[in-house]
Design a protein around this ligand. Structure first.
Ligand code: NAD
Length: 500
């Protein structure tokens, strides 16, 4: 079949989609035990897509039992790493083969541009699963430097049943960052996608089976956080919970783990990242484009969004002019149109949140330089104009709280010390950037920034080889890179006395 190229092609593809709406437990699609469903809505027109199984604690019990049985019987957990690699590579290949279908599902489910789903989300998810598949048969365990008549082995074992609770902004990609390493390490996995974006997770469940994952090893539970998500976090037979989402919910997950079995909890949470541009920035055009893209890409629904532009005062106006020009190229459009660069906000609740922050910024005295309004209202969808605020103080609400929408706060500074102080003066520590041609200054500032990732003279760059995660209240875990595998294994010491 030829690949879709135009809006009409994509609309035809969407019209022919068959949507998986049931939970995937123990190798098959099933209704929620309660029979309850919830509506999945297309944010581009607020129209219904499907009624999805609303799983809760009974379904969690069923899927944990299936996952535990699969783990104990060893069809995956005790399989040779090279064999797990073969299955994961096949899984990644099946995702690639279904790329257009999965991209269309992602776009109608959460509103992102189809050009992003096809070039970033779906290939990124396939690439991630393949990367961990490729890695897993190349990692050696350790032998300790013991005396001559003793041997100390340090081995990695899968932790057991791993629950992955993920958000809606990159539904399949964030899931892949967790299920890739968790499956590669030999665990049984239960994935709970966000209730706002369950479609791709449900579809790839059967692709995982087709690739050769034994039943029970990969389960998908659509449902709400306060029911299915909470039940997973409180379950005594879940060994590890890997969470990506808001800081507020991350704190609840820590409590649930403490109230139950002290399961390992890995948190990848929110951000309010400073993008610091010094007057000696090597390329103002590049900095402007990166600043604009860093906040408008994915409708600003990005944990690592460049939401605070800290700019040295003498270049503030020229830089802002360039960012405003860039914002003009990011006006929202139909997410299924391949020409669209910014799509719809995920739903009315998030739309109202973003608009509330825009009003708050104006009330608190920031200057609105562009945007601030709803776009494409006639579509019935939830579109927000790319929005730029100037004259923002770092203690204003729009500078402190995560907006998760296309809203840039511009904050001026005069000295390196001011930039560093304000850069760090938020509860979060996920990412940051520094623009300067003085490499010593850039490194000094990078070292001073309390953030999991610092980009120098770029924004949001990188690949799977480097870890991603936060300092402070942005979380405690790291996705991507070989370090992510550590989250899904237990270290075991085996001490052997050789005797006479
Ligand atoms: P959210 O915290 O509302 O929900 C995330 C997931 O947790 C969803 O699956 C949800 O159903 C579930 N959940 C909600 N309440 C729960 C509860 N009481 N118990 C268990 N599970 C519960 O976050 P969101 O709105 O889906 O996503 C946006 C957030 O995710 C932002 O804060 C963003 O910064 C963050 N995020 C972080 C990263 C990262 O790598 N650090 C990446 C993407 C998104």
């Amino acid at each position: 079949m030829p690949r879709p190229r135009s809006l009409d092609d994509w609309q035809d593809l969407v019209a022919g989609l068959s949507i998986r709406s049931q939970a995937f437990i123990d190798g098959r699609y099933v209704d929620a035990a309660s029979g309850e469903t919830f509506e999945c809505i297309n944010p581009a027109d607020n129209g219904p897509i499907a009624s999805i199984a609303a799983t809760d604690s009974e379904d969690v019990d069923r899927s944990v039992a299936a996952a535990r049985l699969a783990f104990e019987t060893g069809g995956w957990s005790r399989r040779a790493p090279a064999e797990r690699k073969t299955v994961l590579l096949r899984f990644a290949e099946l995702i690639r083969q279904h790329q257009d279908e999965l991209a269309a599902l992602e776009t109608i489910d959460m509103g992102k541009p189809i050009s992003d789903s096809t070039t970033i989300d779906i290939p990124g998810a396939a690439g991630c699963i393949a990367w961990y598949g490729e890695a897993v048969d190349k990692i050696y365990d350790e032998v300790a430097p013991t005396p001559h008549d003793q041997i100390g082995l340090i081995t990695r074992e899968p932790v057991g049943v791993v629950a992955c609770v993920v958000p809606w902004n990159f539904p399949l990609l964030m899931a892949a960052w967790k299920i890739g390493p968790a499956l590669a390490a030999g665990n049984s996995v239960i994935l709970k996608p966000s209730e706002k974006s369950p479609l791709t997770a449900l579809r790839v469940a059967e692709l995982a089976m087709e690739a050769g994952l034994p039943k029970g090893v990969f389960n998908v539970l659509p449902g709400f956080g306060h029911t299915a998500g909470k039940a997973l976090a409180l379950h005594r037979d879940v060994d590890c919970l890997a969470f990506t989402g808001s800081t507020a919910v991350g704190k609840l997950i820590l409590q649930y783990a403490g109230q139950s079995n002290m399961k390992r909890v890995w948190l990848e949470c929110g951000g309010k990242s400073p993008n610091i541009v010094f007057a000696d920035c090597p390329d103002l055009d590049a900095a402007a484009e990166a600043a604009g893209f860093g906040i408008f890409f994915n409708q600003g629904e990005m944990c690592s969004a460049a939401s605070r532009l800290l700019v040295e005062d003498e270049i503030r106006e020229p830089l802002l002019e360039k960012i405003l020009t860039f914002a003009g190229t990011m006006q929202p459009g139909n997410p299924l149109d391949p020409g669209t660069r910014m799509g719809a906000i995920v739903d009315k609740t998030q739309f109202d949140t973003v608009m509330g922050y825009i009003s708050k910024g104006q009330e608190e005295g920031a200057t609105l330089r562009t945007g601030g309004g709803r776009a494409l209202e006639e579509s019935g969808g939830w579109f927000v104009e790319p929005t730029v605020f100037d004259d923002v103080d770092n203690d204003m609400t729009i500078a402190q709280q995560e907006i998760f929408g296309p809203v840039l706060s511009t904050i001026r500074f005069d000295t390196v010390e001011d930039a560093l102080r304000m850069g760090n003066d938020v509860q979060y520590g996920l990412a940051a950037a520094v623009w300067s041609r003085d490499i010593s200054k850039a490194h000094r500032v990078a070292k001073g920034l309390r953030a999991g990732t610092v980009w120098i003279n770029c924004y949001d760059a990188g690949d799977l080889t480097v870890p991603f995660g936060g300092f402070k209240e942005s979380g405690n875990g790291r996705d991507k890179s070989l370090h992510a595998l550590d989250k899904y294994v237990e270290l075991k010491t085996t001490w052997l006395e050789l005797g006479g």
